[in-house]
Write a protein that binds this ligand. Structure first.
Ligand code: SAH
Ligand code: SF4
Length: 409
C-alpha cells in the first residue's frame, strides 16, 4: 500500500493511498454554534435539563414534541414554561437541515436536497413501492439517507465518490433527514398517529460509507430505536457497506441488530479491486468471514448487492463466482443494472446479458432479485442530485446576476 500522507481527499486519485488507514480519514469537523436536539438522547437531554435545576420530565416532554407531534418551533411546545423555552432556544436548534429542493421524478421516487448549516448539500430519497389495489398512501415507503457529505472511498462507478469527501454527518443531521420526510408524509397520511414513523424501511444507501462514520451510525440507530424517539425497529433498517471488514465485525458486537447489505460488485478480487479501491485493503478473503460473523451473530439473511456494469463484471464467469460467495454466506443477491452517472464511462449491459447473469444464479438455487423498474434505482439517485446542484451553483456564482436554477429542471 502506498504511504502517502496529507493527501487531498477530494482528489479521487488519492483514494487508494488514504485507504491505508480507512477509518481515519481526515475529517473536516463542523462545529455548529448550537447543537440540534435531534442529536440528543433522552438521557443526555435529561442531564442537561437537571443541570439547569429543572425537572427531568421536561426532557421527555421535549422529545414528545419533536418525535410524536413533530413541531419545528419552540413556541409550538405549548405545555413548556416560557423560561424553559427561552433556555432551549439559547442552547439548541431544532432542525440542522433546510430543505432546498423536493423533486418527484415519478410516482415512485422523490428526492430531497437538503442544505446543512455549513451550506454543504446532502440528499435524502423517499421511494414508494405501490401496492396493487390500494392508494398511494398505503404504498410501502423506504427512506434512503445520507451519512457523509460525499465519500472518500472512490468507487469508480459512483456519483458520491466523484466529488470526493467533505465531512461526516452528525447524528442530528441524519435523524433530521428522516424527520423532514415524516413531517411531509404526516400531511397526507394518518398512520403516523398509530406507528409514529410515516415510512416502513430506512436504508443507509445514500451518500457516504456508513461504517466510516461509525459513531454517528450507532447513535442514529439508537435514537431511531428508542421509545421516546421514532420507535423504529432495527430490523427495518438496512446498512449498506462497501466492505470495511473490521467495522463489520465491530458492528456485529454492537447490539444494534440492523440488516446488512454488502456492496460486492465483483465476485473475484481481480474484478472487485478494479472498481472498488477498498478491496485492496480488505479483499474478499477478509470481507467474507467478516460478513459471516455478522450473520452468525444476528441470524438474518445478508444481501449482496451486485451492480451489473457492461464488460466489467457482467460475465458468466463472474456469475458463477458469485454463486459460490452467495452459497457460502446463504445470502440474497440483489442485481442492479448500472445507472449512468454523468461524467463516468460505464454502461449498463443489455437486458439479455442481464438475464443470462441472473439465470446462472437462479439455476444454482441462489435467492436473487433484479431491480429494473423505473424509479426504483435509489442508488443512482443518491449523490447525483447534489453533484449536479453544486455544479449549477458554482456556475451561477461565476455569473453573479443569474438566479439559482434547478439543475434537473
Ligand atoms: N457506501 C455504501 C452505501 C452507499 S452506496 C456502499 O457502498 O454500500 C449504496 C449503493 O449504491 C451501493 O451498493 C453502491 O455500490 C450503489 N451504487 C453506487 N453508484 C451506483 C450506480 N451508478 N448505479 C447503481 N448502483 C450504484
Ligand atoms: Fe462511497 Fe459507497 Fe459510492 Fe463507494 S459506492 S464511493 S463506498 S458511496
Amino acid at each position: 500500500m502506498i504511504g502517502l500522507t496529507g493527501a487531498c481527499v477530494t482528489d479521487r486519485n488519492f483514494s487508494v493511498a488514504i485507504l491505508s488507514n480507512p477509518c481515519n480519514f481526515p475529517n473536516v469537523r463542523f462545529k455548529p454554534e448550537k447543537p440540534s436536539l435531534f442529536g440528543e438522547t433522552l438521557e443526555s437531554l435529561s442531564e442537561a435539563v437537571t443541570r439547569e435545576g429543572m425537572p427531568a420530565f421536561r426532557a421527555k416532554q421535549v422529545m414528545e414534541w419533536l418525535y410524536k407531534k413533530r413541531v419545528d418551533s419552540w413556541d409550538a411546545m405549548s405545555n413548556l414554561p416560557k423560561d424553559f423555552r427561552v433556555w432551549l432556544d439559547a442552547n439548541y436548534i431544532i432542525y440542522p437541515t433546510n430543505s432546498l429542493l423536493d423533486k418527484r421524478s415519478d410516482d415512485v421516487t422523490q428526492k430531497f436536497l437538503l442544505e446543512l448549516e455549513d451550506k454543504s448539500l446532502i440528499e435524502t430519497v423517499l421511494i414508494r413501492a405501490p401496492q396493487t389495489g390500494v392508494g398511494q398512501e398505503s404504498s410501502r415507503k423506504t427512506v434512503c439517507v445520507s451519512i457523509q457529505v460525499g465519500c472518500a472511498y472512490g468507487c469508480k462507478f459512483c456519483a458520491s465518490g466523484l466529488a470526493g469527501f467533505k465531512r461526516n454527518l452528525m447524528a442530528a443531521e441524519v435523524v433530521s433527514q428522516l424527520m423532514h420526510i415524516c413531517k411531509m408524509e404526516d400531511a397526507h397520511t394518518k398512520r403516523a398517529k398509530d406507528e409514529i414513523a410515516s415510512f416502513d424501511n430506512i436504508v443507509f444507501m445514500g451518500m457516504g460509507e456508513p461504517l466510516a462514520n461509525y459513531d454517528t451510525l450507532v447513535q442514529t440507530v439508537k435514537i431511531l430505536n428508542a421509545e421516546w424517539g421514532l420507535n423504529f425497529g432495527a430490523r427495518r433498517i438496512t446498512v449498506s457497506t462497501s466492505g470495511l471488514a473490521p467495522q463489520i465485525m465491530k458492528l456485529a458486537e454492537e447490539g444494534v441488530a440492523v440488516r446488512l447489505a454488502i456492496s460486492l460488485h465483483g465476485a473475484t478480487n481481480e474484478v472487485r479491486s478494479q472498481i472498488m479501491p477498498i478491496n485492496k485493503k480488505y479483499p474478499l478473503e477478509e470481507l467474507i468471514p467478516a460478513a459471516q460473523a455478522f450473520k452468525d451473530k444476528h441470524g438474518r439473511m445478508l444481501t449482496l448487492e451486485f451492480i451489473l456494469i457492461e464488460d466489467i463484471n457482467d460475465s458468466l464467469d463472474q456469475a458463477r463466482e458469485l454463486v459460490k460467495i452467495a452459497r457460502t454466506l446463504h445470502a440474497h443477491v440483489n442485481c442492479i443494472p448500472y445507472n449512468k452517472v454523468e461524467g463516468l464511462e460505464w454502461k449498463r449491459p443489455g437486458i439479455r446479458r442481464q438475464d443470462a447473469f441472473v439465470d446462472i444464479l437462479r439455476k444454482a438455487g441462489v435467492s436473487v432479485t433484479i431491480r429494473r423498474e423505473k424509479g426504483h434505482d435509489i442508488n443512482a439517485a443518491c449523490g447525483q442530485l447534489r453533484l449536479k446542484t453544486e455544479k449549477a451553483m458554482a456556475e451561477a456564482e461565476a455569473r453573479p446576476s443569474s438566479p439559482f436554477v434547478d439543475p434537473n429542471g
